[in-house]
Design a protein around this ligand. Structure first.
Ligand SMILES: NC(=O)c1ccc[n+]([C@@H]2O[C@H](COP(=O)([O-])OP(=O)(O)OC[C@H]3O[C@@H](n4cnc5c(N)ncnc54)[C@H](O)[C@@H]3O)[C@@H](O)[C@H]2O)c1
Length: 445
């Protein structure tokens, strides 16, 4: 079966979720593009959008239609060639409408697992629950006579575990899209020891066609992205633990969040990133990773405390940021949660004294937005970190420790053979987390 035949019957499971909806969109357009090739004319392409939430599926179809329309407008010139034999389509808008129709015709929203019993591929993006994933995979495997291929978007569950528990005979591969899949270019691909090579070959072609960047990772809980992020977050939270022995908790959070954003020149501070991903999601990922990591403690009592207080972060259904460690107004942090007071303290009330404690910014400082596109980025960071290295402020010390820890995490991912190379670790942080420089560098040597 070739690439195009394999994509004739696909199920996206958890299609109405954050990740599933993006994977559905990308897969639907890839399938439509294949179906429109002259050699595939007349062949049926079916994409089941499977989710247990009927209500969410109704909203999903509207969302997909809107996104396909936007994508079609961008590729109107290419679409004119695709529909060259359709003399009835004259105006650009007619061509665009036809493409939207052709993509939407492929998608069948469904709420029961039975549709997956005829699929050749199952993209799975259901909730991050090992028992749930094993149950779903086993049931499909038992009832599907096509020996389907399973591509799971799990953030942390070892693929070999899913393979073994669900009895998939090596027909499973981790295809870890980043959020949101339609925008983020990085895809981590994780083979279990028994994964059949055909699955990886297929996925490489798929990722290439989507114009995304593939980074292979070994089958180790958390893989590269979360392997780095969770440890980086634990470091930030441990620093808050130390600082809050000498200052209020909210001041400590402000300081660590600020140094991890501004002094490290990252797109957002560590507490904002935890909120963005969701305190609940981070806690869950750590819980899934912990039993598979023998030489480190992957657990945060601070996350547990916030969960008990019902402070979870994450996003509202319209994509706006929910309050977590930080409180947000128009997407910008304006407060920090004080677990003793069970209330947010205004950042405006503490910023000046905390900034004074952090100390001055290193010479040559540029905010992330300017640094990320700097024409001589490597030279800029060399000079910047050289300036940071000789400062003796609290902020500089915390930032140096942070950068050193981040590099050590990256190097350990390589020595533990989670990542195949230092370059892969850096690519994940640069592409998936939008860092301006890779954590494995010589800037502080
Ligand atoms: N959100 C992220 O940033 C992110 C990034 C990378 C990977 N992931 C991974 O992607 C997967 C999905 O995460 P998400 O954030 O999109 O979650 P989500 O909660 O937004 O979506 C999960 C979807 O699965 C559906 N679902 C649950 N049980 C189901 C079942 N039995 N059958 C069919 N549908 C079912 C839910 O109704 C929901 O629509 C998880 O494995 C997660 O670890 C998430």
């Amino acid at each position: 079966m070739n690439y195009s035949e394999r994509l004739q019957n696909v199920t996206v499971l958890g299609a109405a979720g954050k990740m599933g909806s993006g994977i559905l969109l990308l897969t639907a357009m890839e399938m439509a593009d294949l179906s429109l090739k002259p050699e595939n004319k007349g062949k049926e392409y079916v994409l089941y959008a499977l989710d247990i939430s009927q209500k969410a599926l109704a909203g999903l179809m509207k969302y997909i239609q809107g996104q396909v329309l936007k994508a079609a407008e961008k590729k109107a010139v290419a679409l004119r060639k695709v529909y060259a034999d359709r003399k009835d389509l004259i105006e650009n808008c007619e061509i665009i409408d036809q493409y939207v129709k052709d993509v939407m015709n492929i998608i069948r929203p469904v709420t029961t697992l039975e549709s997956a019993y005829e699929s050749l591929i199952v993209f799975e993006a259901a909730s991050e629950n090992p028992d749930l994933k094993v149950k779903i995979f086993s049931q499909i495997e038992k009832n599907n006579q096509n020996k389907p291929w399973f591509f799971t978007n799990t953030s942390s569950i070892p693929i070999g575990y899913l393979d073994k528990e669900a009895g998939l005979g090596g027909r499973v591969l981790g295809v870890h899209f980043y959020n949101p899949p339609a925008v983020q270019r990085l895809v981590e691909v994780i083979k279990a020891s028994a994964t059949l090579p055909e699955l990886s070959e297929f996925v490489s072609q798929f990722i290439k066609n989507l114009r995304k960047v593939e980074v292979p990772a070994n089958d180790f809980a958390g893989f590269i992205g979360n392997g780095h992020f969770m440890r980086d977050a634990l470091h930030g939270m441990a620093e808050v633990g130390k600082l809050s022995k000498e200052m209020p908790f909210v001041d400590a959070v402000y300081i660590v969040n600020k140094i991890s954003q501004d002094l490290l020149i990252r797109p957002m501070g560590i507490f904002q990133l935890i909120d963005y991903v969701g305190i609940d999601v981070c806690q869950y990922i750590m819980k899934v990773m912990a039993p598979h990591v023998k030489d480190e403690k992957i657990h945060s009592p601070l996350l547990d405390q916030f969960m008990e207080l019902g402070v979870k972060g994450g996003q509202h259904s319209d994509g706006s940021q929910k309050d977590g460690f930080l409180k947000y107004e128009k997407g910008r942090p304006v407060g920090i949660y004080d677990p003793d007071k069970k209330a947010y303290v205004a950042i405006a009330d503490i910023a000046a004294k905390c900034d004074a404690l952090i100390g001055p910014m290193p010479e040559g400082f540029l905010p992330w937005k300017s640094a990320v596109g700097h024409p001589a980025k490597d030279d800029f960071f060399k000079k910047y970190f050289m300036a940071l290295k000789v400062m003796d402020s609290l902020g500089a010390k915390l930032a140096r420790d942070y950068a050193i820890r981040s590099k050590a995490i990256g190097l350990k991912l390589v020595s533990d053979q989670v990542a195949f190379s230092e370059k892969d670790v850096n690519t994940v942080l640069l592409t998936g987390f939008f860092h301006a420089y890779g954590p494995i560098n010589d800037y502080l040597n």
